[in-house]
Structure formats: structure tokens, C-alpha cells
Design a protein around this ligand. Structure first.
Ligand SMILES: Cc1cc2nc3c(=O)[nH]c(=O)nc-3n(C[C@H](O)[C@H](O)[C@H](O)COP(=O)(O)O)c2cc1C
Length: 361
């Protein structure tokens, strides 16, 4: 059993989330390729959260092995995140169904109808990412049991809209579907605020990277601990004719070299040395294998340090149970506070007293 602090206010607010996930808290550990494997996923489940295996580019055989190994570490519920562009999507879904995975998260684009039908036909819970209100409604109509709203503050591949804007756009108009908020959440204050807006839970990635149980390389974890929110920057696109899918990561030599490579490749295209297709491929392939290089091999100079702005809240390597207990305690304190009072005012700190208004420019 996890030893979470009591959380009666939270329990009420995130009930639809915990009921859907079958967990004690409605905190999902967002799937992170290379990071969200058996150890982290099982640790999150054991601590009362909902871990999600990142399938990434795994083959069906590798995914089956990962699910089996995770189940050997925990008998609590966990999910599997599948990228819809994966060429073996159908086979990966079959693996999840055969191995009795209760929750499948479809990511990386709009899920095909066949995938939805297969998951729903097997009576498993389906969670999808909703990038707008119109698509949120469509996904709910197609059978999604829960939705994830992920703002551009998040780590990894990102959209163009912030978490706060997406939450305002979608939450008030979808009261009947559990919605989990992702992107930029690093403290229980944020969890409490989104639950008050009508969310059923949250999904956090960056905050779990430095968990003691995470297999991320010690240098990868150190980079997170040292970084502040402004170090987590979206990738730069030099020329709209050569699309770059935005990825938020800690700036390093690799991100600087990516910009230089784009300039050089686009220059060669303009001089007629490369076709448009060759130039696009050269840009697209720049980051191939880069996340693995950073997470597993510890190459923090040239690898991809995917991280969200919430990296500023990562201060130390901690056990997952401590991270979740802290988040729960912070959220519970935020909810218990009389409305209109800041946390510091509630503690009666001198520095929290109202200051005279600043004058002049
Ligand atoms: C290193 C890293 C890898 C990620 N890989 C994936 C992935 O494979 N699939 C996915 O759906 N989301 C992926 N994400 C996004 C997370 O699941 C989660 O939604 C996001 O981290 C939430 O925002 P936060 O980083 O501010 O907590 C990744 C994020 C990070 C930081």
C-alpha cells in the first residue's frame, strides 16, 4: 500500500479520474519514450498514481515483454501509450488486449477508427489527446473514455496552444468526460487549480524523470535538476518550407547544431545541391536516436534533453512515492486555503503582507 497523506478534498474533486483509472490519485505519469519503462511505471502505480508505458517505436514483441515485466513488479493498474503513426499499430493493440492491459492511450495524432473500434470492442478504457474543443467532442463521440489536454509548456512533441488556454476552451464544455491536464504542471497548486476548473486529474512527465526509480542516466537527471523553466525551449524552424515538428527540450549543443544544420541544408537546397526531398530528410533525420543517446547513454551535450517548462520544479532525485505525496499534500493545502489567500499569507509570513503599490515606470 502507498502511504499517501489523507486527501479528502482532492478525493472528491478527482473522483471521476480515479474511478476511470482505478487508482488512489488521478495523477498520471505521462508516457516518456525510453524513460517510462517497467521500473518507473510500476513505481508510479505502487505509489497510488497511474503509470503509462511508452511504447515509442518498440516492436510488438518488445512491448509484450515490457508489459509482462511491469506486471511482475505491480498488480496495480497501469496503461500503455501507443503512437498512432506506428506502422504496427494494430499488432501493438492486439498485444495490449492479449495481455489484459486495461487502459490504452493513443497519442501522436487523431486515432484511426479501426484502432478505436478494436479497443472499445474489447471493452478496454481508451484515452486520447484532444488538441481543440471540436476534436475533444469528436473523440468523446467516437468512444474515448477520457481525454488528455496537453499544452505547449509540456516536454517532448508539442502543439501551439498553452495549457491554460486549452483548459478554458475545453473544460467548461465537456463536463461528462474525465479530462486530464498536462503540460507545465510541477506543483500541487497547479493540480488544485485545474481540478477547481473541472478537470478530473493531471498528467505529468518532466516531474517524474528524476524519480529514484527512473532509469534515466544520472547525467540526464543532473541536467534536469540544474535547469530552470526558461531552459526548456521549443525547437526552432528556420524556413516554413522545411517543416520542423516542434519539440520542447533543454537547450544544448545539439539544439544549436540543429539550427546550424538547417541553415546549411537549406543553403545547399538553394544552390541546387540537394532536392527539396533530400533537404527535408536531412533535417527530419537530425534527431534520430537523439533521445536514447541522452536518456540511456547520458550524452547531454548532443542528445535530445526533452523537458517541459515544469523542469524548474525538479530539484532533486526523489522516490516516486515522495514526489506523489508532496504533490498531494500541496494540492490538498491549496484546496483547504480560504479563497483569495495566497499560500504564504495563510502561513502568516511577514513577506506576504501586501506591499505598497509600485509607482512610476
Ligand atoms: C522525455 C520525454 C519524452 C516524452 N515522450 C512521449 C511519448 O513517447 N509519447 C507521448 O504521448 N508523450 C510523450 N511525452 C509527453 C509526456 O507524456 C507528458 O504529456 C508531458 O511530459 C507533460 O508535460 P510536463 O513535461 O510539463 O509534465 C514525453 C515527455 C518527455 C519530457
Amino acid at each position: 500500500m502507498s502511504a499517501l497523506p489523507p486527501h479528502p478534498l482532492l478525493a472528491e474533486l478527482w473522483r471521476s479520474g480515479t474511478e476511470l483509472l482505478g487508482t488512489e490519485t488521478a495523477i498520471m505519469g505521462g508516457a516518456m519514450t525510453w524513460v517510462s519503462e517497467r521500473n518507473l511505471v510500476a513505481a508510479i502505480a505502487e505509489a497510488g498514481g497511474f503509470g503509462v508505458i511508452a511504447c515509442g517505436s518498440m516492436t510488438p514483441e518488445l512491448l509484450a515483454a515490457e508489459i509482462t515485466a511491469t506486471r511482475a513488479l505491480t498488480d496495480r493498474p497501469f496503461g500503455v501509450n501507443l503512437i498512432v503513426m506506428h506502422p504496427a499499430l494494430d499488432a501493438l493493440i492486439e498485444v495490449c488486449l492479449d495481455l489484459r492491459v486495461g487502459h490504452i492511450v493513443l497519442a501522436g495524432g487523431l486515432p484511426p477508427g479501426t484502432a478505436i473500434a478494436k479497443i472499445k470492442g474489447a471493452e478496454r478504457k481508451l484515452l486520447c489527446f484532444a488538441p481543440s474543443l471540436a476534436l475533444a467532442k469528436r473523440l468523446a463521440r467516437s468512444g474515448a473514455d477520457g481525454l488528455i489536454i496537453e499544452g505547449m509548456e509540456a516536454g517532448g512533441h508539442i502543439g501551439a496552444i498553452s495549457t491554460a488556454v486549452l483548459a478554458q476552451e475545453i473544460l467548461p464544455f465537456m463536463p461528462d468526460v474525465p479530462i486530464f491536464i498536462a503540460g507545465g504542471i510541477g506543483h500541487g497548486e497547479g493540480i488544485a487549480a485545474f481540478l477547481r476548473m473541472g478537470a478530473s486529474g493531471v498528467q505529468m512527465g518532466t516531474r517524474f524523470v528524476c524519480a529514484e526509480e527512473s532509469i534515466a542516466h544520472p547525467r540526464f537527471k543532473q541536467a534536469f535538476i540544474r535547469a530552470s523553466a526558461r531552459d526548456a525551449q521549443p525547437s526552432v524552424q528556420i524556413d516554413p518550407a522545411f517543416k520542423v515538428i516542434p519539440v520542447r527540450a533543454l537547450a544544448n549543443d545539439g539544439t544549436r547544431r540543429f539550427t546550424e544544420t538547417q541553415l546549411e541544408v537549406i543553403g545547399r537546397f538553394r544552390r541546387g545541391e540537394l532536392s527539396q526531398e533530400e533537404a527535408s530528410l536531412a533535417i527530419e533525420h537530425f534527431w534520430a536516436g537523439a533521445l536514447r543517446r541522452a536518456v540511456i547513454d547520458g550524452d547531454v551535450a548532443e542528445g535530445s534533453l526533452m523537458a517541459g517548462q515544469s523542469v524548474g520544479f525538479v530539484k532533486a532525485v526523489q522516490p516516486v512515492a515522495t514526489i506523489i505525496a508532496e504533490l498531494v499534500a500541496e494540492a490538498e493545502a491549496a484546496l483547504a486555503r480560504p479563497l483569495g489567500r495566497s499560500a504564504a499569507q495563510s502561513k502568516g509570513r511577514r513577506d506576504a503582507r501586501p506591499q505598497p503599490a509600485a509607482t512610476g515606470g
